[in-house]
Write a protein of this length. Structure first.
Length: 206
């Protein structure tokens, strides 16, 4: 199954096509943003998540890293949520550890229509910038994902001192947690991520 999500504003048109039919050997080729390190982080999500991500980034007259990170994150979250919502038997939750060399991080995620993200670096100093990208914008991409996915995400960094490795560990853990969340299990057919079940709203304005 492929899910397409495009977010258009007066500033940008950001979107993704996510192919959940298994990771392709050339999965990197369609991950193209103006920010090389963001491409690298999205590659980790795709590789660990086991699905292909094609990105679309168009900006009106300017290129702002924050806008790209946030809007693209929102689009990716929206696409993953749509897949989980329409795929009977998808777990909709997962947790995982990501490691590389000295760095170790954990992500726990649950899709229950509750947008909340918690960051805990456990006293570890995070570089202001890594490979030309601000740490706050690397956070912003995942903050945006949570907004689009309406999910709960907790990220904990337990070890690390090299900025590149820190963010690789974090994004690897996110991808691996998503791999579990999008997994389909026969025994979960007819079930939802949380015990509250499907959420229905009645909203009236008079």
């Amino acid at each position: 199954m492929k899910v397409k999500a495009i977010r258009t504003t007066t500033e940008s048109e950001m979107g993704v096509i996510v192919d959940f039919e298994g990771l392709k050997p050339d999965y990197r080729k369609d991950i193209k943003t103006p920010i090389p390190f963001l491409n690298h982080m999205i590659e980790h999500i795709a590789y660990r998540g086991g699905f292909n991500i094609e990105t679309k980034t168009e900006l009106a007259d300017f290129t702002l890293t924050h806008v790209i990170a946030e809007d693209l994150g929102i689009a990716l979250g929206k696409a993953v949520k749509e897949y989980i919502d329409i795929t009977d038997g998808a777990y909709g939750y997962g947790d995982a550890i990501g490691i590389i060399d000295e760095a170790k991080a954990e992500c726990a995620i649950s899709f229950e229509s509750r947008a909340y993200i918690n960051w805990d670096y456990h006293g570890i100093d995070i570089p202001t910038e890594t490979e030309g990208m601000l740490s706050e914008d690397l956070e912003t991409f995942l903050d945006g994902f949570v907004q689009g996915a309406m999910c709960t995400m907790h990220i904990d960094l337990y070890k690390g001192h090299n900025g590149h490795h820190i963010w690789e560990a974090i994004y690897r853990s996110v991808g691996s947690a998503l791999c579990r969340a999008v997994e389909v299990c026969e025994s979960r057919k007819g079930k939802t991520s949380g015990v509250a079940g499907k959420i229905n709203w009645v909203v009236e304005a008079k």
